[in-house]
Design a protein around this ligand. Structure first.
Ligand SMILES: Nc1ncnc2c1ncn2[C@@H]1O[C@H](COP(=O)(O)OP(=O)(O)OP(=O)(O)O)[C@@H](O)[C@H]1O
Ligand SMILES: [Mg+2]
Length: 228
């Protein structure tokens, strides 16, 4: 469960990105975060995984008070989340397999388990056959599938994605969405910021629209609601 209470975020340069947000997202929900450019979507999402700290208010994620978390506790906290970015953020010198295994190696999982689990998630994203390749040898869609595999290898309860299809063509975007659907169908909460009108209006889920750092709409099976 993710809960925000009276959350505000003002950046050091004086920009007020989030201006009073109260929201609750239950375990297993799929939520699209939509809104105009600069509305505060990324800031909203970044506060969930403690990339940014709110100026005031409380954020609770699976019982952890995220805003109050000490810096030393952040890596441990992040392990219960999967995060997917628009630009993939894969480690360029590591193979597909190694990029995904990395998250399990840092928690010192058993080597036998690592192998089994990495191949399992690569299978889920249909990339078992490319396990030995480097990210530069893959298409954008394949790289995003690796980053999704990496995000779920720890079996997190929540996956947070900021415009995961932003750099991909329409066909590839649908492929990526199928994977997120599959992850959600297995019980994982998905929170996804997106500008993809087609996807939001076709694969219906809860839509939270942010405008000027506030929630302008929050609808079950909502519409994208903007022109692009
Ligand atoms: N690190 C930062 N320092 C200062 N201001 C920032 C920072 N990051 C974002 N902002 C500002 O905060 C506001 C919200 O930005 P945010 O990135 O959350 O918007 P967004 O809805 O994700 O936009 P987009 O759709 O373009 O990704 C904008 O005015 C932006 O310029
Ligand atoms: Mg953004």
């Amino acid at each position: 469960m993710i809960e925000m209470q009276e959350v505000y975020k003002k950046y050091p340069n004086g920009v007020s990105a989030i201006n009073g947000i109260d929201v609750r997202i239950n375990q297993g929900e799929f939520v699209y975060v939509v809104g105009p450019s600069g509305a505060g979507k990324s800031t909203f999402i970044k506060m969930m995984y403690r990339e940014e700290v709110p100026t005031s208010g409380t954020i609770t994620l699976n019982g952890v008070n995220v805003a109050k978390l000490k810096n030393t506790k952040v890596p441990q906290f992040r392990r219960q989340l999967g995060v997917v970015f628009q630009d993939f953020k894969l480690l360029p010198t590591l193979t597909v397999y190694e990029n995904v295994a990395f998250a399990l190696e840092v928690i010192e999982a058993q080597p036998k388990y690592i192998k089994k689990r990495v191949m399992e998630v690569l299978d889920l994203v249909n990339l078992k056959h490319k396990a030995r390749m480097l990210p530069t040898e893959l298409s954008g869609g394949e790289q995003q599938r690796v980053s999704i595999a990496r995000s779920i290898v720890n079996s997190p309860k929540v996956v947070i994605a900021d415009e995961p299809t932003g750099n991909l063509d329409p066909d590839t975007s649908w492929e990526i969405m199928k994977i997120f659907e599959e992850i959600n169908n297995r019980g994982t909460t998905v929170v996804m910021a997106t500008h993809n009108k087609e996807i939001v209006n076709t694969i219906k889920h809860r839509v939270i629209a942010i405008e000027g750092g506030k929630i302008a709409r929050d609808e079950q099976r909502g519409e994208y609601g903007y022109e692009n």
